[in-house]
Ligand binder design. Sequence first.
Ligand code: NAP
Ligand code: FER
Length: 336
Amino acid sequence: MNAMPNNRQWTLAARPVGMPKESDFALVETPLPALADGQVLAHAKFLTVDPYMRGRISGMKSYAKPVEIGETMVGGAILEVVESKNPKFKAGDMVDVYSGWQEYVVSDGGNMRKVDTNLAPASAYLGVLGMPGLTAYFGLLDVCNPQTGETVVVSGAAGAVGALVGQIAKIKGCHVVGIAGEDDKVKYLTAELGFDGAFNYKTTDNYPAKLKELCPKGIDVYFDNVGGPITDAIFTNLNTGARISVCGQISQYNNTKMEMGPRLFGALIVYRAKVQGFLVSDYAKRFTEGVTAMAGWIKEGKLKYRETFVDGFDNTPKAFIALLNGANTGKMLVRL
Ligand code: NAP
Ligand code: FER
C-alpha cells in the first residue's frame, strides 16, 4: 500500500462578529489512518463555499447544528478517488461528499455519491446540478408556481441560485427582472442570460421607482435571496395574488444587531399575497426530478451557468469571505 498523505483541514477558530475574518479560521494538519478493507481514500478537487455557512458558524439556534470551535468547517465537495479497497469505487472516480473544508477523506463509501462527468463537468454538481440549482428549481417552481406572462423579480440575481431562478422563469415565459450589486453583473443578466431588466442596487437610489420602471405590470413573483431594503421595496409594487419565496436573507447575515425596517404586512392583505420560506432539503425526495430538468435545459442551451474559481485549498476562508462580499458571478468554488 502507498504511504498515506497527511490531511489538512480548515477549522473554526472563533465565532465571527460581523463580516468573518481569515483569523476566524485555523488550518490544522492531521495524519490519515491506513486504508482498511472496504475503505476509499479520496482527494478534494472542488470545495464549495456557500452563504449558509455564515449561519453555521454564528452559533445561533437554527435548522442545523452549528460548527463548534475547533471543528472542521462543513460543506459540500467533489473529490477524486485516489485509492479504493471498496469494490463500488475505483481510482479516478469523481464523488460528491459532504466532507467540508479538508483535502482528503477516508470513508467506507457510504457518504460518497459518484457524479457523472459525461453529463457535466464535476464542478457543476456543486452548483447548477447541486444544492444551489435545486434551490432555484424548487424555490421558484414549487413555492411560487410562476405563469406565462407574469413578472418575476429575483434579488441576488447574478449569484449561484439567482442566475438560475431568472433563467428558469424565462423558460416559463415570464417577464424577468434581476437585482445585483455590480454593473458587470447587471450586464451579464440582460446581455447573456436574457433577463428583461436588471439594476445595480448599490448605485440605484430609489428602488420602488426603478421597480415600477422595469416591472410596468407589477410584480407577481419575488424570489428573495437578500432581504433588507431591497425586499422592502418589492412590497410597493405587488400585484394581487403575488407569491414571495424567501430563500435567503444575505443582507442580514453579518448583522450584529437585528435591523428594524418598515412593517409591510398590510400589503399582504391588500394584495392577498403569500410569503413562504423554504429549505432545499424539504425537496430531497424530488432531487432527481430537479437535476434531470436542469440537465435537460443545459443540454438544450436554455440554461447557462458561470463559476468563479478561487485556486488553492489555503485560500478557502478567503473565498468564503469574498463570496459574502459579492466577488462571485454564478457559483463560488475553491479549486484544488
Ligand atoms: P450567491 O448569490 O452566489 O452569493 C452571495 C451573493 O450575495 C454575493 O455574490 C452578493 O452579490 C450578494 N450579497 C452580499 N451581500 C449583500 C447585501 N448586503 N445585499 C444584497 N446582496 C448581497 O449565493 P447563493 O449560494 O446563490 O445563495 C443565495 C441566497 O440563497 C443566500 O441568501 C443563501 O443563504 C440562500 N440559499 C437558501 C437555500 C435554502 O434552502 N433556503 C439554499 C441555498 C441558498 P451582489 O454583488 O449582488 O451583492
Ligand atoms: C440544506 C438546507 C438549506 C442545505 C443548505 C441550505 C447544505 C441553505 C440554506 C441557506 O442558505 O439559507 O440542507 O444543505
